[in-house]
Design a protein around this ligand. Structure first.
Ligand SMILES: Nc1ncnc2c1ncn2[C@@H]1O[C@H](COP(=O)(O)OP(=O)(O)OP(=O)(O)O)[C@@H](O)[C@H]1O
Ligand SMILES: [Mg+2]
Length: 302
């Protein structure tokens, strides 16, 4: 079986990590080798799953692994893989950067996470990789990376005639090594983009809450992602009020209903799942309740 990517996106604080962790619990419970992969530099999977997660994919249950890449460690590895390209890039701007600090450069952390995701995607170790993303999707940088690398290649090729001979004199094979690294990065970013574009490989789930700002941001996110050809197949409306009939809850429920109805009619062709507000933090053992509400009750399918 080929690997499935389940990408969980959405605005800050809406419940992406809770939904990612619960999804991973569900798929591993169904016998699928699953990795919960945090793409948010401010990791929270370990807090939510209540386990410690290492800097490598860590086994945390039957068929269940989790991974919170350490950006400094990954920067160092990334530097090793692409040292000619990065030396040339930073050399052009006369910047001195430590290998472990590359990840803090705008845009570079996207490459570092993508490179890691590519390794995982092609490792053949997992049936399902659930990606817990940073607030308001890194899907977009992932989609744009191939054109960024193309731009970079064009520049380097433009410089090739002037530069490469000179670089090769400084260190034999240096110029060709730069080109090889850029090509490799491009192949990887294209592979990951194509994986996201392929409905059979990827499921994009947007988590939102029934409030004006969140609903509007989700609509923008869905429009933008879909304008790149990536289909958002499911939406989770989280923190939906149930039960209690006190004045406060009744007013809150009434305002939520209009946003829920609006989302359901606007996205009639997608799966729209409702997740109740559980009245307290959701972590550890309570995640299986969330998994059951989402998947056990058939609101979402894997
Ligand atoms: N249905 C729910 N009922 C009650 N609490 C919830 C529910 N869903 C999430 N929470 C709580 O809301 C908080 C934020 O959830 P979570 O960390 O999953 O959001 P997030 O979208 O990943 O946030 P960030 O954008 O910061 O990564 C957590 O404390 C979590 O326990
Ligand atoms: Mg999160």
């Amino acid at each position: 079986m080929s690997v499935r990517l389940i990408y969980v996106a959405g605005k800050g604080g809406v419940g992406k990590s809770v939904c990612s962790a619960s999804t991973a619990l569900w798929t591993s419970g169904k016998g699928l080798e699953t990795l919960a992969f945090s793409m948010d530099p401010a990791h929270s999977l370990s807090d939510i799953l209540e386990v410690s997660i290492g800097k490598q994919p860590t086994k945390i249950g039957e068929k269940l692994y989790a991974f919170e890449p350490d950006i400094q460690e990954e920067s160092r590895q990334f530097y090793q893989r692409y040292r000619h390209m990065l030396t040339a890039l930073f050399g052009l701007f006369e910047l001195e950067v430590k290998p472990e600090d590359f990840g803090h450069f705008p845009g570079l952390s996207d490459f570092i996470f993508m490179d890691k995701l590519y390794d995982i995607f092609t490792s053949g170790k997992f049936d399902v990789v659930v990606i817990d993303s940073a607030p308001t999707a890194m899907v977009l940088p992932l989609l744009n990376l191939p054109s960024v690398t193309t731009g970079f290649i064009t520049r380097v090729m433009g410089m090739k005639s002037k530069w490469m001979g000179m670089l090769n004199v400084l260190e034999s094979g240096f110029g060709d090594a730069i080109l090889g690294e850029i090509r490799s990065l491009r192949v990887k970013s294209e592979t990951m983009r194509n994986a996201l574009l392929d409905k059979k490989t990827s499921t994009i789930t947007v988590v939102t809450i029934p409030e004006k700002a969140a609903v509007l941001e989700s609509q923008r996110l869905i429009d933008t992602v879909e304008s790149h050809g990536v289909y958002v197949s499911s939406i989770i409306i989280n923190h939906v009020m149930e039960g209690c009939d006190c004045d406060y809850c009744r007013r809150k429920k009434a305002s939520q209903v209009s946003y829920i109805d609006d989302l359901k009619s606007r996205y009639a062709s997608k799966r729209v799942a409702i997740l109740p507000d559980y009245g307290g933090e959701v972590k550890g053992p309570s995640l299986s309740q969330v998994a059951d509400d989402l998947y056990g009750k058939g609101q979402l399918v894997i």
